[in-house]
Design a protein around this ligand. Structure first.
Ligand code: F6P
Length: 320
């Protein structure tokens, strides 16, 4: 392949820039022309496509967000929009496309594959909700952002002798909550994959109060059915300890990527270009253990995410 494109799509994640840089620099290293597509599939439809050079990606490795910007394109899901996207790829003679994004974005890539385009998917999402890879680009940074917030919340919660429900992102996946819960010493972790036992949470908080604990941290993943404020009201009523809610929201999506995310993004971005150089099959790039792996894009998207629920038990034991 001589001419390839790269785009970021869906919710941004820290490390997307590191991945773009790796794709651009690897392509140039291998004498390929590389085109950056702005605003994901939306920009593709509108022909927002520019050739990139070594210096287009200078000074971005450490920056959160994505220099290519991103969008959740509704137009791409229509027949007209999709066909325009295909026309643009043809007009610009782009032979292979690197798509950096989450589940929905890679599914968009799969549709292009079915229309004959070669797509390499890189998992760029803070959610860590893709079954074919142990980790996604941005997840580690998001967990560290949550940890830093938990540290601050702990200080004020213990001064005021309060419990705090910290609501984290992750759509239908509880990984941010699980990892931040264990590493942040949470008293309880609530994730969509497991039914909530409010009695057990209240018992634990009361036991803590009786032992002189000054605060409790409960991590709640956004995808669970009970709303944070209702949960806080119930806990306040049953335990007598005032309970506040902190929704961390988009703070988790920004910020300078951690070394782990930069490394993951750099390795995956480079691998994507190698795959396009060697072959013209569509693949999804992931990591298993320490090894960069790749699967057929369609198969990868069918793999089911398995959470390590033992983390909840671990957090319970370690926060007695
Ligand atoms: O998929 C990433 C994510 O940040 C989810 O954790 C969250 O539910 C969603 O995106 C928020 O999307 P938006 O940016 O469209 O509000």
């Amino acid at each position: 392949m001589k001419r390839i494109g790269v785009l970021t799509s869906g919710g941004d994640s820290p490390g997307m820039n590191a991945a773009i840089r790796a794709v651009v620099r690897s392509a140039i290293y291998y004498d390929m022309e590389i085109y950056g597509i702005n605003r994901g599939y939306e920009g593709l439809i509108h022909g927002e496509i520019n050739e990139m050079s070594v210096s287009s990606v200078s000074d971005i490795l450490q920056r959160g967000g994505t220099i290519l910007r991103t969008a959740r394109s509704k137009a791409f899901m229509t027949e007209e929009g999709f066909n325009r996207a295909l026309d643009m790829l043809e007009n610009f003679e782009i032979e292979g496309l690197v798509v950096i994004g989450g589940d929905g974005s890679l599914k968009g890539g799969l549709e292009l594959t079915k229309a004959g385009v070669t797509v390499i998917g890189l998992p760029g999402t803070i959610d860590n909700d893709l079954g074919y890879t142990d980790f996604t680009i941005g997840f580690d940074t998001a967990v560290n952002t949550v940890l830093s917030a938990i540290g601050n919340i702990r200080d004020t919660s213990s001064s005021h002798e309060r419990s705090t429900i910290v609501e984290v992102m992750g759509r239908n996946c509880g990984d941010i909550a699980l990892y931040a819960g264990v590493t942040g010493g949470a008293e309880a972790i609530l994730i969509p994959e497991i039914p909530i036992d409010i009695n057990a949470i209240c018992r634990k908080i009361i036991q803590g109060i009786n032992r002189g604990k000054l605060h409790s941290i409960i991590i709640r993943a956004e995808g669970i059915s009970i709303n944070s404020q209702d949960l806080a009201d119930t806990i306040t009523k049953r335990t007598g300890m005032e309970t506040k809610v902190v929704v961390l929201g988009y703070t988790q999506r920004g910020g300078s990527p951690t070394a782990r995310d930069r490394m993951l993004a750099s390795r995956m971005g480079h691998k994507a270009v190698e795959l396009l150089r060697e072959d013209s099959r569509s693949r999804a790039v992931g990591i298993e253990g320490t090894e960069i792996v790749h699967y057929d894009l369609e198969e990868a998207l069918q793999m089911k995410k398995v959470n390590d629920e033992s983390f909840i038990q671990l957090a319970n034991i370690l926060s007695i």
